[in-house]
Design a protein around this ligand. Sequence first.
Ligand code: DNO
Ligand code: MN
Length: 358
Amino acid sequence: MLMSFRWYGSKLDTIPLSYIRQIPGMKNVVSAIYHIPVGEVWPYEDILAIKNKIEAAGLMFKTVESVNVHEDIKLGLPARDRYIENYCITLHNLAKAGIDVVCYNFMPVFDWMRTDLAKVLPDGSTALSYNEKILTGLKPDVLAAEMEKGANGFELPGWEKERLSEVKKLFELYKNVNEEKLLANLKYFLEGIIPTAETCGIKMAIHPDDPPWPVFGLPRIVISRQHLERILSLVDSPANGLALCSGSLGANRENDIVEMFHHFSKIKRLHFAHVRNIKVYGPGVFDETAHKADDSSLDMYGIMKALYDTGFTGPLRPDHGRMIWGEDGRPGYGLYDRALGALYLNGLWDAIERCGNT
Ligand code: DNO
Ligand code: MN
């Protein structure tokens, strides 16, 4: 297991790499190129520049999250071939710079979605939270305005201003795309990129949809074990793999998270692990919580044990964290709580390893 931390680059992230380096047991940085529009090629020089910065701080740069997939690919529009070609060139450039895992998602229009970015928890910290009732009857642009208010001046993934102006148009286009069509478009994409990933030694890792059910009537195809099996079979190659995210999949209590981590790691198709906790109150209602939270819904120990028992060697990161100790940063991506999360997960791993060897 390679303990990792997501970083948005020196322009967009307020956390210096030197602080990340001080998290005990932290090894690898997960980052991306943010100044190139979705669908365009990531130049090798730009990738190298981030890599040099990260390595100069004493950390590795082996994992990219995310090379986002252009909406035309998800919609199956004619321009997709050009974007798939670009994607392949980006993969080549990343491999040349030593990256071996690339995360992406196939969520229509938005990345993760919450209804509150700063819900006050009983201990006074604030956390990302979701309540389906708030969403019912809400127009996406109204939610977008709410999200912007709570985002502390940071742009949230998928909610960038220039995209929001397109949202209405996108919703129109998605009217013709149901689950089956979206899955067929994912297959087309995978058939286009997996041969390149194979030759350059990159493992692709699809992130689950978050939350794991349809929102605003948009189709969702990465939300259950069945979906994940199906995605792996679309192109049966070790390069076509998963980024399992406990907090995303776990919001649906029907998903057996520990079993999923165990199974997909055992068959060597789990390439990236996002491990975080949530408290689920009922269908469609949950808060993100500390990684160690005694009253939360997910079994952090069970997940780490499943990974250990199946010989998982890939990158693993604490995912979102709460805002604690007065920190005022990008919602979900502060330093303190994610550092505590990393330490807790490292502690679990150490103990499991020690028990396994005695
Ligand atoms: C949610 C986060 C996501 C994730 C992207 C991957 O759990 O990990 O923002 O990074 O969806 O493309
Ligand atoms: Mn995640």
